[in-house]
Structures are given as C-alpha cells and as structure tokens.
Design a protein around this ligand. Structure first.
Ligand code: FMN
Length: 316
C-alpha cells in the first residue's frame, strides 16, 4: 500500500507475524528501469516472505524491472492491475488495464521469462466502469492463466476510473465475494486470493472454508494489527507459539530503531507505523498522541518511545 507498507512498516509487521506474506508498496517499473531508483527495492532479509509489486504496462520495461527485482532477492513479483488513481491512469497502468487483458498477458509473460526463479502474480479488480464483472473477470483470468500465471489476487469490487477518488474506489463500489468464489470453481487450478473489506480473521477463515486459497488484508492489518497480525500465525498458520504481545513487539523494534537513528534516520519514519499497536487497549489514545508528537520532532530518540510505552503500561 503506497505510503504505508514501506520497509520499516514491513519490518514491524514481520515482528508480529512470522508467516504472513507481506507486500511492498507499488514500485513503478519505469522508476527502476529508467530512473535507476533501486533504493525502492531495499529491504531487510528478515522481511521475507515479501513480494514486490510493480506498476507498468510495457512488456519490455516490466521484464527489465522484474529481472532487477529478482536480482534483489524478491521471490514473488506482482503486477498491479487494480490501482485507480489518476496519476497511475495517465501512465496507463493499474486498473485501467482491466480493459486490455491481452496486454496484461503480454506483460506477465515477459516478466515470467525475465525473472526466472521468482513467481509472477497479478492483483486485479473484478472490472472497471461499465464492464460486466461476470464476463470480464473470467476472460481476464483465462488470459493470465494462458500467460502462465498460477496465482491471482482479486480485489472484489470494481474501480470507477472517472468520478471517484482512490479512497472512494476502496469503499463505494460494492464488494462481490460470491463472484470471486465462483471463479475458484471455474478455475480450480488457479490459486485465488480474495481482497477487499476483510476486517477480521474470522471472516478470513470463513472465506478460506468456502474454498478460496488465500486472503489479503490491507487496511485492517495496518490500522488494527492486534486483531489481524498478532494472532495470524496461530489462527491462520497453525503455529503453536503464543501470540506476541504489543510490548514484546516494541522491544523487538528497539534495536532496529537504534540502527536507523545511528545512521541519521528519524524516529517518526518508523514509529508512524506503530501508532495502531495498542488499538483497543486503555491508554491507546495517549500512546498515539505521545508517539505522533515525538515522531514530528527531528531529534527525537528512543527515550521518546520508552516514555510512550511507560504511559501505556501505567494506563493498564
Ligand atoms: C493508502 C493505501 C495505499 C494503497 N496502495 C496500493 C498499492 O500500492 N497497490 C495495491 O495493489 N493496492 C493498494 N491499495 C489497495 C489495497 O491493497 C487493497 O486492495 C484495498 O485497500 C482493499 O483491501 P482492504 O479492504 O483489506 O484494505 C492501497 C490502499 C490504501 C488504503
């Protein structure tokens, strides 16, 4: 998720769940290939399993970008066919590509060939604008399967390319889980992961029980990690280990934050992702306030984190 799942966020999320598959923000292929912005691929080895997501629509450029990603150690490379923002449309990629499955197929085939050793996957919508999802989605899946793709993530709502903001496009078009479920029946050989509006592991489990292969959770995982990420290993991956507590996560982040501060990084770059850590607990509000205030100070150090933690412990 752009502006959210940067490397610090992913490192934090990995402290909460060992097995959950994490995704980078969307990286524009041209920024890697033409702009040389390789730092966008920086990550800590402990983030794995982590997939990188690319945005683009030129097969050769995407192939070159996929090769670079594989060289940086990513073992899954995902193509974005779901983002509706204007910025993305003008570059002709994201959800607008739902209108051109043949081009998507060419892009995916080129990426697969270039990035041998990494799995190429795609994330799509169920359609855009006035398209009929019952017709468009199966045709899209048929095409990407023909390009050798075996795993697809479906955001189970349309995107409206004109008239809705990106935020509205994540809320207003209605969700259609039954359609995605029916795709699993129509394409049993594809691994189909559902996304959109899932805010509890109970719902995630129900969707898996109904036959889907995976569940992707975006906003709820970010804003309420205590509900989603901390119990995920136990509830979704049958791990026998006890859930980590938010306090233990803070302790696990300390050495990472210290290393970041030592090379001149700002506390807030990491702690901005930790604001939701104690959501629902007494003192959660003062934790957020205290950490946001410290995060906005360029010279804030670990003592600010410790103080915020003391406050939450005192409120318990
Ligand atoms: C701030 C923000 C940034 C996002 N950036 C991306 C992105 O870069 N790539 C992508 O595929 N989806 C992106 N999304 C969409 C989410 O991945 C997801 O499809 C959507 O939020 C619906 O799932 P959810 O209800 O679990 O959040 C973004 C969502 C948000 C809120």
């Amino acid at each position: 998720m752009i502006d959210l799942t940067d490397r610090h966020c992913r490192y934090l999320h990995r402290q909460m769940s060992r097995h959950t598959l994490l995704y980078t923000e969307m990286v524009v292929a041209a920024a890697l290939v033409r702009g040389g912005a390789l730092r966008l691929l920086d990550h800590d080895p402990s983030e794995h399993p982590v997939a990188v997501q690319l945005g683009g629509s030129e097969p050769e450029e995407l192939a070159a970008a996929a090769r670079i990603c594989a060289g940086h150690g990513y073992r899954e490379i995902n193509l974005n066919v779901g983002c509706p923002s204007d910025r993305v449309q003008s570059g002709c990629f994201g959800a607008v590509l739902m209108r051109d499955p043949a081009l998507v197929g060419d892009c995916l085939a080129a990426m697969r060939e270039a990035a041998a050793g990494a799995e190429v996957t795609v994330k799509c919508r169920i359609g855009v604008d006035d398209q009929v999802p019952q017709e468009v989605l199966p045709a899209f899946l048929e095409t990407v399967r023909g390009a050798g793709i075996r795993r697809v993530i479906v955001h189970a709502r349309k995107a409206w390319l004109k008239g809705l903001s990106p935020k509205e496009n994540r809320e207003i078009p209605p969700l259609d889980y039954p359609l995605v479920l029916s795709m699993k029946q129509a394409f049993p050989d594809l691994t189909i992961v559902i996304n959109g509006g899932i805010s509890s592991l109970t719902t995630a489990r129900e969707l898996l029980d109904q036959g889907l292969d995976g569940v992707m959770i975006g906003r709820a995982a970010y804003h309420d990690p205590g509900e989603i990420l901390l119990p995920a290993d136990r509830l979704m991956f049958a791990s026998a280990a006890a859930d980590r507590s938010p306090e233990a996560v803070v302790a696990a982040m300390r050495p990472y934050i210290a290393r970041h501060l030592a090379i001149g990084g700002r506390l807030g770059a990491i702690t901005r992702h930790m604001l939701g850590l104690f959501a629902g607990r007494p003192g959660a509000r003062s934790w957020r306030r205290s950490l946001s205030e410290a995060g906005s100070r360029p010279d804030a150090g670990l003592d600010a984190l410790d103080r915020a933690l003391e406050e939450i412990l005192a409120a318990a």
